[in-house]
Design a protein. Sequence first.
Length: 486
Amino acid sequence: MRRSAIFLGVLAAACNVDTGDLTVTVVKSWQAAQDPFVEAESVRVRVDGPGMRAGPVTFKVKDRRGTLSEVPVGDDRQITVEGLGYEGNPVSRGRSGPLTIAEGSNRLSLFVGRIEDTGTFSYTPVKQLLVGRAFHTATLLSDGSVLLCGGVTQPWRPEGDSQDTPPPPTATMERIDGDSMEVRLASPKTCTTGVNRCMVSARFGHSATLLASGNVLVAGGSAEDNLVGRAELYSPEDDRFVQAAAMTSPRAGHRAVPSGDGVVLVGGTAKGGLDLPSELFSGGQFRTQPGLLEGRRAFTLTRLDDGTLVAAGGVDRNGKVLSSIELLAPGSPAWKRAPVAMKVPRAHHTATLEPAGTILFIGGLPAVDSDENATTTIERFDPAKGTIQTLSAPLANARWAHTASLINDGRVLVVGGFSGNRNGAPAYAVEQISFFEGGVMEVRSLANLREARAGHTATLLDSGMLLVVGGITVSGVSQTAEVFVY
């Protein structure tokens, strides 16, 4: 493939800065109908960084690679590539995460996807991931790649008339590059003990949390009818999982959040039921911590900026769906009940932390022992004020086991899930929640997912794009990934 040399005009804080060359290779979706340049007349390239901008420069669409010369060296550079239509409007876009430009030659493979006015999902370059997986974990690593591990590879749902013994989980892993969206590292499709890139234990319903060291703590989960009682650590540098300490309370379906240089695990299901203490992983060991006032599963756990933990909703020991909210302040010896509860009990819902420190509770099942539809209400909890309110605009689609992600432009994207009641089909529907000055709120339907999904993962990448992976589909378990381009 021929390289075209593009010379950029540079706006920098200082003159005579050191520069390097950057060769950008455009990567596109495997689906031909999603070619990002099919309606583009030209390509626009820009480099942004602290105190500088290189470009933008526009050139004709001839190939998928271009070399940008005289880019100021330094950290935190972000590359933006856009395909421009005949009227100069962007029809496709790709953004990198922060990267370093060094003197000499630099290379970047960057995914570019088609966009609409508000953004749309495009399949990633990989037609099929290593395995189809659902109820797995996706962890954003320090280098901007995403670690996928575990999950189930056959259709299953945590509630409903068809709920049976879960299928065997997988011990496989794969890593998706955050810029190119390509799979860079993967375990063998059939994992055996002792293979470096395989998990030590197959599991689903586990947690996978990035530590301050850059390693990932994988804890708990189920292996068919058994709980996995030992954690393991994944080292991105060594690209391997190693067995870690035994948990004080083996559990599955719990929630985990970073805490200092460690991880705190809360709630979930244990052999004795739902009444179990929390535990903190720190210094290579687990230590018992205060447990929830009400044992619960299928709940949400949110860590506020000041370190306070907020647990909301879920299912209690009697199968009742909860509306209660509990708080654990840093250094507190016990959880405390919040002064307010959610207006609607909900399980398998989402909790999205907003920049102001408030939390949006979205969707979820109000009952798991009946065919009552999932709620469409959205509630905002303010931990500082101790208040909760039902927002004016509901979802258009009742859903549970969905995802809700705050993206960089301030919108919340609600993606997929099981539609309707506990026996509902996986959903294609995507909705955006937007807030404007004066408290005006809008819920708007966007273009559908390429593939219906529930029990999937949604990861906000360093580029600001949203990567959605796997999940239960209409016909089985998804072996694809999609990225929201806007």
